[in-house]
Design a protein around this ligand. Sequence first.
Ligand SMILES: C[S@@+](CC[C@H](N)C(=O)[O-])C[C@H]1O[C@@H](n2cnc3c(N)ncnc32)[C@H](O)[C@@H]1O
Length: 532
Amino acid sequence: MNISGEIESKYSSTVSLEHRKKYAQFFTPVEIADIMTEWLLGNDTLSDVLEPAFGLGIFSRILLSKKSNLSITGYDVDNAIYEEALRVFNGFRSVNLKLEDYVKNDNNWNEEYDGIICNPPYFKFHNYDNKSVVSKVNQKLNIKLKFHTNLYVLFLLKSINQLKKNGRCAFIIPSEFLNSDYGVNVKKYLIQSSKLRHIIVFNFKENIFDDALTTSAIILCANDEFADTIAFSYINDVSQLKKIKQIIFSYPNNTYSDFTYNSKDIHAELKWKNYYSPTDVPQFKNLVPFATYAKVMRGIATGANEYFSFNLSKVKSSGIDMINMQPCICHSIDVAGLCFTSEDFDNLVNSNKNVYILNPINKQDENLNIYINKGEEKKINERYLTSKRIPWYSMEKRASSPIWVNVFNRNGLRFVRNETQVMNLTTFHCIYVNNNLFGVDADLLFAYLISNTAQILFSICGREYGNGLNKFEPNDLNKSFMLDIGSLNEIKKDKLRTIYRQNKKNNDLSYINEIDSILIDNFYEKAAPSIE
Ligand SMILES: C[S@@+](CC[C@H](N)C(=O)[O-])C[C@H]1O[C@@H](n2cnc3c(N)ncnc32)[C@H](O)[C@@H]1O
């Protein structure tokens, strides 16, 4: 099998440029095709392979030279190249070539493959019946791609959907969709599919294709269990191509990637340049320290939670007067959802959760005194924190805070709007709002905090402290940066509050995207400098 580019060169010299342009017949350089085949071969059970934009089958030729027992299906719409490909693959019974439009074909959606590899056609001007093809893909994948979505991403999304378990797909496509408006829904689908693993963006000074396509990206997907992270790498020189092999060979470790993110930190609404640009900082304007609008403090530390915390049964059996009980969340796990109301508190009381702490006010209460004596018998008064208090059983004096933030949370920071006067132990940090400065009240601040944008900014600040999101201390948050939401006009501030208020008990969190849209519209530098 000839794995040099001679076959393509010969074809290009005999067929007119006009014909090649009509079908977008620009061939993948052998070095790049070779690297991409390694991704597929990383699947040990690689057997059925699809090449949806076959051309002269450079990928399949290389694959067969490395693993001969593959069964290959190829599609192409152009009769001239199809005939030539039949000649090239003459004698290869396991290669099945079809003279058909891959995306328009309705019958192949359920066919699945161990490996899909492709350099799809790229038409700059839409001389293609996009509308009907986009509708078809939307309907099949239940998504909402815009009608001007470029054909090459339709190839990609359809293929991702055709991967068998452990199947892998490698595409080389223009990188434009990563940062364009129509790309948002494409990126959404890539994230939702849980199959995106690595994007390697090229920005070569010289042309790597025999036409003006210099900015492209290799997209590596896999239908395996390693969906927790998405990696990005950036290459601007042909000499760095070997880095891609290192990336592929070290999978699922991201040892050689430039930037690796937790998948949940990747947001379709943002230009993905933010994730691979060497500066690594989203282009947001008007950042202020978090402490401008709020102060974060740790929750109440009792020094002996098992002694000081009570559920309703314990209150009743101790006989202590309710006046000596302070409503208080002892375990963050008891708080579900984004907003905590009095009704939620009553439900916790009725399900006998620990939602009170001892706060002695009426010292005449005999049962209280009995309980205090018991505490001394158990030497609770000699513990580190209690021994420093006078009297040892007194509680920290604090106002309840209108916003809580989860201290240890693997899924990023979790904020809760506390609409009650209930206090909290150290299971949450307290967020107190600074005097409604520039109209930033608890609801407005909260609407901001639950946005994806806020999470990104916190995660970047977290990385700077070398601390990671999981261990955010109050001061890490105080020192973080946030968007200057006080600078929004009153209409937008109200809009943000309203989005939160109308959805606070909504389990479908898609309304958060509306908040992000407002933030992105107002704070995202559209004229971000190019990464060149
Ligand atoms: C960019 S070339 C890639 C060829 C080859 N796979 C390579 O990498 O060198 C795209 C190929 O897709 C074919 N093509 C264009 N539209 C197509 C479609 N709708 N379905 C299948 N193939 C198509 C073109 O004729 C062309 O051969």
